[in-house]
Write a protein that binds this ligand. Sequence first.
Ligand SMILES: [Zn+2]
Length: 382
Amino acid sequence: MMLKTFKYRLYPSGAQAQQLAETVEACRRWYNLCLEERQQAWEQEKRKVGKYEQLAKVKEHRRVDPKAGKIHSHILQVVVQDLDKSFQAFFRRAKAGETPGYPRFKGRNRFDSFGLKEYGNGFKLDGRRLRITGIGRVRVRWHRKMEGEIKTLRIRRQAGQWYACFACEVEGQLLPSTGKEIGVDVGIHHLLATSDHEIVENPHWYREEESKLRVLQRRVSRRKIGGTNRQKAVMGLQGQHEHIANRRKDYLDKLANYLVTNYDRIALEDLHITGMVRNQHLSKSILDAGWGYLKQRLVDKAVEAGRQVVLVDPSYTSRTCCSCGETFAELSLADRWVACTCGLSMDRDVNAAHNILKRAGHALWGESTANRLRLPQEALPL
Ligand SMILES: [Zn+2]
């Protein structure tokens, strides 16, 4: 069993939209209160305030704050869980030797969702509508069929629109074995290159959408700060960002689908995206390509379908001959082709893809790999 998210646009009435906004605002204040409590307890008494301690305070908070009193207690409990998650992430990263940012207080524009955690308790489907306690029966656009059993709900505001995200428990559908495996290199020039000599370019529409973005950006900066017209322009800009993100996701989803359908085993580089994105020259293409998103989609889909994703050490994949193992002299990003004394001559990224696949093979040497699921954290880096 696994969780799958289904997202739908909501069409609340004016009064319902008002209620949704007030709920988000009440959650934001509660989030900041809980954060403040944790901070003060630590600064003044060196005491850690935990999740359960704060969950127990939801009742009291609902009694003293009339706005909070109007919303379902689960919604406020989920806020505590969210805050706890960001603390867990903070501690985890600090432990790993990174320099994580301490969880922050949320300003009005930095908080835009709330959650419910039990179907039938605070939310349920009511005919074609979604009933949320305290808000009412909200109209939904069911553009795709939901599958499985609804577990939790998250309501989100994005670019001024409301959405419902249902997490549903579904059964994974194992795909039939194809007996094929593939190495995938994520490129700077191409979106990706594979050991089957396929090269996928970045989607051509991207630049076009981006220039629209620049026009909208200029419109925002010309309008007076604080004015209604600026507010409208900001909405337009956010809408365009959203549109590009959706289009890119759609594109990458199809790509991930293609790979998972056609290959039993997919080898990828274990790239440290944050490190690479800091490099100015490379950053644009990598972000454009949505590498992190693609990797996550591949892993998720692989788990669902009973496929295997193997992450390998990325060092020297471009600079090693995939045929004889010779190391080439330093390549510049402009060198698109590699030729080796052994006679090998091919696109540099395809050569890299071959090396990636080879490393995945070595990583699993001696293991039975038939139909085993492998999550990235279990993958064996060389
Ligand atoms: Zn060679």
